[in-house]
Design a protein around this ligand. Sequence first.
Ligand SMILES: [Zn+2]
Length: 694
Amino acid sequence: MRRRNDGTVERWNVNRGLWLLGVFLSIIPTFHLSAQTFEQRLLAVPDTASVRQMSRDLSAVPHMAGTPAQATTRDYVIDRMKSWGIDAWSKEYTIYLPQPDTVAAWFIPPRGAPQRLSLAEPGTGPQIPPFNGYTGDGDATADVVYVNYGLIEDYKTLDSLGISVKGKIAIARYGRSFRGIKAREAQKRGAVGLIVYSDPLEDGYFRGDVYPKGPMRNADGIQRGSMMNGNGDPTTPAWSSVEGARRVPEDSLDIPKIPIIPMSYGNARRFLEPMAGPAVPQSWQGALPFHYHVGPGPGRARLHVKTERGARAFHKIWNTVGMIRGSRWPDEWVVVGGHRDAWGPGARDNVSGTVSVLETARAFAALARDGQKPARTVVFATWDAEEWGLIGSTEWVEELEDTLRARVVAYLNEDGTFSGPTFGGSGSPSLKPLLRAATRVVPDPVGPGTVYDVWLKAHNGDTTELTMGNLGGGSDFSGFYHHLGIPAGGIGFDGPDGIYHSMYDSYDWMTRFGDPGYKAHRAGAQLVAVIMGRLANSDLLPLDYAAFGTEMNGLVAQLDSGISKKQWTQSVNTQPLKDALDRFTAVARAFGTERDNSVRASAVDSARAQRVNQALMLVERRLTRPDGLVSRPWFKSLQFAADIDNGYATMAFPTVNEAIRYADAAAANRELGDLVNRIDQARAALVEAAAALR
Ligand SMILES: [Zn+2]
């Protein structure tokens, strides 16, 4: 799969080379010349002093969604955008965001008085309470059981050991799944409370020196985060939280009912070290310096959590939107967004993403002031309350659904990814060749050479290793990609970090460990600018459906392995799906050749380009279905979804995949038929594009 995908990518680059050569050899059409200049001028704007200043300003105080600090970041972003001459405004929604009144925990030894635990993160200034968004309320005292990662398979292991969490407080380590899955599974099995903690094996001393000596999590570091599994305001599950919106009653919301408290490994140790009961299986052992047991007891825990309920639980959130109108095709939009809220100072998550959005906006604005406007409209968004469940972006997408479906060419998402020197990207397979091409023109933050050069060197020159991820759950691309079928992607630079969702995710951490010279921030803004510039200025949209078809075809093997595990090979057959993807890819290849010829001959006038692009924009939209997934109607894309039992992991062909998981062969066949049908409809859009080009 990787190799075939990469073959496509290399072809793309060869084609680009030919295209550039063509530009030089022909009479140099003015538009292409100015497109080149446009990109070079965009690349020249991002600047380390500028990104550093914005990083410092925006991470000055913790800015959780629903707090006044978020009004300050909103005003900051809008002021900056306006100062550069960009049309900018904020969009307000009222959201169910219960803030904590009480968060307290005790270790109760077998003999002696309960010991109240300090849940502070010392040395960090003003602090956001150590709590999990959408925790249940309660005051529970019970024995404690260690449940490893708290996944479905972990409870199967506990069953085999004869241990139940019913009536107990479960203690789970972070990792391997979205935390909301841990809450769902513990509650389902009758646990009366849940402690989630950061084991040093995941991001603490086992991985490197801890803060402030190193970048990893120290014994006080706490990972906050939401416990809700859905996307968007839970009181408006499929519609927008606009003024006067209908609301689901509070007692029927799909959020946890049991109290949950996130803990440092310093505190978790108090429960784990004296624990009795069976010794854990080897794979359950973390990196605290003793052998782990599953419990229960003899020590007990008390968890007391009280959060706002009723009218008090509703708070205002604000997205910001900045826009530069396109000079040729103003009704085609290229959108970049990043979330503006955080669980602390958030220098990495997500001041870094916000800054890359802002710095890109500054670059486009500088050119616009000189009369060089992009051909399409470019939109620069910052989202509020992402951390609680992708809320700001989801409400916006739900409100403007029809407009966005008609207009958005592609969405780029920038979330928490500027914390080291290592490039990474992810996105729809149709966008990956463009993301990859951008790495060839941006200088690497460390060097030598371009981002591409360093990326390739890190993989010993093996181009088949230069892969990018697909989009599962976990950030603001979801509304665009999973709900509307709009191509989406993003890029970043990562390094070792153990400060995720803690107060230690600060300007101090960033300047010591993450990106001391702010060169990764600058390179990030340059990459985003190049990607947006090509999406905004190319006559024919640079979406690569040959790469898309090839990659998707490779992923059918995942379905095949599920089918053979179920021993369904006689009754469920994926060959028609492979054939449909082959038909799709063949049409996409033919279209690609015609597109390259037309571009080389500069033979595409504005109206014709628009017809071709309108057809291209339909391809992935046709791979959605209005009813969505059986398990989650909000997820309408049939390409990828977040795994329902993991939350972060990506599931390809989710309708078929879930039918296999739930052991329904008839449904698997029905879903395969539906998928083939829709892939053929997507292919028809490519045929329309090719016809419009001729
Ligand atoms: Zn984030």
